[in-house]
Design a protein around this ligand. Structure first.
Ligand code: ADP
Length: 224
């Protein structure tokens, strides 16, 4: 079986992080840990925690660090992540989250293999986000240009494919502004502390995936 991997994937909303992380998770047989998906599942389940997160998400605001860090800590301590690794999608997004993740991984003896930054311009991100559609059951991502085969029924699980509640123009602008202010500095942070590779988010999903897998495998090859 292919070796597992521990990755952080950065990239502005609309870069295709979710799509690529799902594919990378299948390729390396590791869990896809998306904080956005975890929060959406809690909202759907109507849990106490989901009720707290929903307010922030609807407004396109970041959920407070203390809550997010707790969620990620709990997930990374589960057996599958400890045994094979993980693909972190949507976390960290702030310097405090990055520091907390570093501490967590040092304490658990689980160093990152690599951080990848999926690059896309803000203008292209806006166009892609307006067209984005998501399966409400399994979170597979589609767009108005790349639809499921039958109506808006997910090819993967038969769930209903919809526009996300927080993909309104106002919430998208807020999320992109937060990304520029709070998450972009992490590119430098990771370049200084761990290795970071920037990958162009353009071309077909297969082309982007190939670029990412090459960068990951090249890195592991260098490490022996
Ligand atoms: P997007 O990348 O389009 O913003 P996500 O699915 O990653 O979407 O996240 C959806 C929402 O979940 C965010 O707008 C935010 O409210 C919350 N969220 C997800 N990850 C984090 C995080 N690391 N820190 C704070 N809030 C988060």
């Amino acid at each position: 079986m292919v070796r597992g991997v521990r990755l952080v994937i950065l990239g502005r909303q609309g870069a295709g992080k979710g799509t690529q992380c799902m594919r990378l998770a299948r390729h390396y047989v590791v869990p896809h840990v998306s904080t956005g998906d975890i929060f959406r599942a809690s909202v759907k389940a109507g849990s106490e925690f989901g009720i707290q997160a929903e307010e922030y998400m609807q407004a396109g605001k970041l959920v407070p660090d203390a809550i997010v860090i707790g969620v990620v800590r709990e997930r990374l301590c589960q057996r599958d992540a400890k045994a094979r690794g993980f693909i972190l999608d949507g976390f960290p997004r702030t310097a405090d989250q990055a520091e907390a993740l570093d501490e967590m991984l040092v304490a658990e003896g689980m160093p990152l293999d690599l951080t990848l930054d999926l690059e896309i311009s803000e203008e292209d991100a806006l166009t892609r986000l307006a067209a984005r559609r998501v399966c409400s059951t399994c979170a597979t991502i589609y767009s108005t240009a790349r639809r499921p085969a039958i109506d808006w029924t997910c090819d993967n699980c038969g769930g209903e494919v919809v526009q996300r509640h927080d993909d309104t123009e106002e919430a998208i602008c807020k999320r992109l502004a937060d990304y520029n202010e709070l998450t972009t500095p992490l590119i430098e942070w990771y370049t200084e502390r761990h290795s970071l590779v920037q990958i162009g988010a353009y071309g077909t999903p297969d082309e982007v995936l190939t670029r990412m897998v090459r960068a990951i495998d090249a890195r592991r090859c260098n490490e022996g």
